[in-house]
Design a protein around this ligand. Structure first.
Ligand code: COA
Length: 375
C-alpha cells in the first residue's frame, strides 16, 4: 500500500481546463459553450451544434449554409476506403470497422502530421462528413445489401437514414435521431475524450487520437452501454417482468447497463430530452413495450439503489425503434462525438503539455539480478 492518495479512475480529479462544455451535476445541467444542451436539442439541428462546438458561436444562416455545403461535399468516400469497409469480416464489430476506416483515412493523408489548428479543423470536418458514409457502408454490407452513396441534397441525419435504409423516414424520426446526435456530441473529460487528449498531447495526429477515442468509446462502461441496454431489454422481454428481472439482477450484483454515471449522481441532464423523443418513437412506430419496460426498470432501480438512468438508457430503445441493428448504436455515437473529440483535440493542441501522470509503485523492493546459472 502506498501512502500517497490514489484516486482510482481519476475519480474527482480535475486534470485541466476546458472552454467547450460544462457539466454541472448539482443543478443537473450540461452546457455546450454556455448553451443548455436541452435547449440546443429542441431549437437547433445537429449541424448547428457541430458548428458551435468548433467555432464557439451558433452560426448565422449564411454561416450554416456554407458549413453544410462543405460537409455535404466531403461525404463521398474513395473506392479504396469503400473496399476496406466492405471487405471486413461479417463478424467484425461495427466499432472496429469504423476505427479501421478512420485509421485507413490517416494512412492515406500524407500531411497528417500537420499540427496547425486550421489543418486539424479541416480534417475534423472531413471525418464528420465521411464517418457516416463508412458506417452506412458497413451496415449495408453486413446485411448483404448494396452500398448506397451519400446524397448531398439531404441533411446530416436524413442522409444517414437514406444510406442505411434507402429512404428518409418521417420528420419525427429524423428529429429524434438529430436530438440524439446533439445530446451525444460532447461531455467534457469523459474516457474517450480524455483518450483523444492524451494521444494529442504527444503531438500525434488527429486520426490516431480519434481511433484511440473510438476504442475507448466501444467499452460497455462508456458508449458501448447503449448497445448493452437493448440486449438487456431483449433479455427482460416483457414489461411485466421488468421489476422481477431487476430485483434478481441486483441480488446477483450485476451491473445494470444504462444506469449510473461517474459525474451525475442525481440523474443525467440529457435523459429527460432523450426519453421524450424515445417516447415519440414508441408513438410513431407503435412499439410501446420498450418504454413501458423503461419505466418499470427505472422505477425499480431508483427505489432499490437510488441509481438513475444515463443517456444510453433512452438512446438504446430509441435507436432500436428507428430500425438500427443493435451493434450500430455505438457507431452512431461516434458520428456525433467526433465533434466533441475534435474540439478537444484542437483545444489540447493549442495549449499543449504532454499528459504524463505519476504512479505509486507497489512491486518488489530493489534487488540484485543474478545470472541464470546462479538462480
Ligand atoms: N448497476 C448496478 N450497480 C451500480 C451501477 C449499475 N449500473 N452503477 C453504479 N453501481 C453501484 C456500484 O456497484 C457501486 O456500489 P458499491 O458501492 O456497493 O460497490 C456504486 O454504485 C458506485 O459505483 P461505481 O462503479 O463506483 O461508480 P463509478 O463512478 O465508477 O461508475 C459507471 C460509473 C458509469 C461506470 C457505472 O455506473 C456503470 O458501470 N454503469 C453501467 C454502464 C453504463 O451505463 N455506462 C454508461 C455511462 S454514461
Amino acid at each position: 500500500m502506498s501512502d500517497v492518495e490514489i484516486r482510482k479512475g481519476l475519480d474527482g480529479v480535475v486534470v485541466d481546463e476546458t472552454a467547450i462544455s460544462k457539466v454541472m451535476p448539482d443543478i443537473n445541467s450540461l452546457t455546450y459553450k454556455g448553451y443548455p444542451v436541452q435547449d440546443l436539442a429542441e431549437n437547433c439541428c445537429f449541424e448547428e451544434v457541430a458548428y458551435l462546438l468548433w467555432n464557439g458561436e451558433l452560426p448565422s444562416q449564411a454561416q450554416l449554409d456554407e458549413f453544410t455545403k462543405q460537409e455535404r461535399s466531403l461525404r463521398a468516400i474513395e473506392d479504396d476506403l469503400l473496399n476496406v469497409m466492405t471487405s471486413l469480416s461479417k463478424d467484425c464489430h461495427p466499432m472496429d470497422s469504423v476505427r479501421t476506416g478512420v485509421s485507413y483515412l490517416g494512412c492515406q493523408d500524407s500531411g497528417h502530421w500537420d499540427n496547425e489548428p486550421g489543418e486539424k479543423s479541416s480534417r475534423a470536418l472531413n471525418l464528420l462528413a465521411k464517418i457516416p458514409t463508412m458506417i452506412a457502408a458497413d451496415f449495408r454490407t453486413k446485411k448483404g445489401q448494396e452500398v448506397i452513396p451519400p446524397d448531398p441534397s439531404l441533411s446530416f441525419a436524413e442522409n444517414f437514414f437514406k444510406m442505411c435504409f434507402g429512404e428518409v423516414p418521417s420528420k419525427e424520426v429524423v428529429k429524434a435521431f438529430d436530438v440524439s446526435l446533439i445530446l451525444y456530441a460532447e461531455h467534457s473529460f469523459n474516457a474517450s475524450t480524455f483518450t483523444a487528449r492524451v494521444i494529442t498531447s504527444t503531438m500525434s495526429d488527429i486520426y490516431s487520437a480519434v481511433s484511440g477515442a473510438i476504442g475507448a468509446l466501444k467499452g460497455p462502461l462508456h458508449g458501448g452501454a447503449n448497445e448493452q441496454v437493448m440486449h438487456m431489454m431483449k433479455e427482460v422481454g416483457d414489461p411485466a417482468k421488468a421489476e422481477e428481472w431487476m430485483l434478481t439482477a441486483l441480488k446477483e450484483k450485476r451491473k445494470i447497463m444504462g444506469f449510473g454515471h461517474r459525474v451525475y449522481k442525481k440523474g443525467d441532464s440529457r435523459v429527460p430530452t432523450m426519453k421524450k423523443y424515445a417516447q415519440k418513437m414508441a408513438e410513431v412506430t407503435g412499439q410501446t413495450k420498450w418504454m413501458e419496460m423503461y419505466d418499470n426498470l427505472e422505477k425499480t432501480m431508483v427505489s432499490e439503489k437510488n441509481i438513475h438512468p444515463n443517456l444510453d438508457f433512452p438512446a438504446g430503445p430509441a435507436y432500436h425503434m428507428m430500425g438500427f441493428e443493435i451493434d450500430f448504436f455505438t457507431p452512431i455515437f461516434v458520428m456525433s462525438r467526433i465533434t466533441g473529440w475534435s474540439a478537444h483535440i484542437i483545444e489540447q493542441a493549442e495549449e499543449n503539455k504532454l499528459i504524463r501522470p505519476l504512479s505509486a509503485y507497489t512491486g518488489p523492493d530493489a534487488r540484485e539480478v543474478k545470472a541464470i546459472s546462479a538462480r
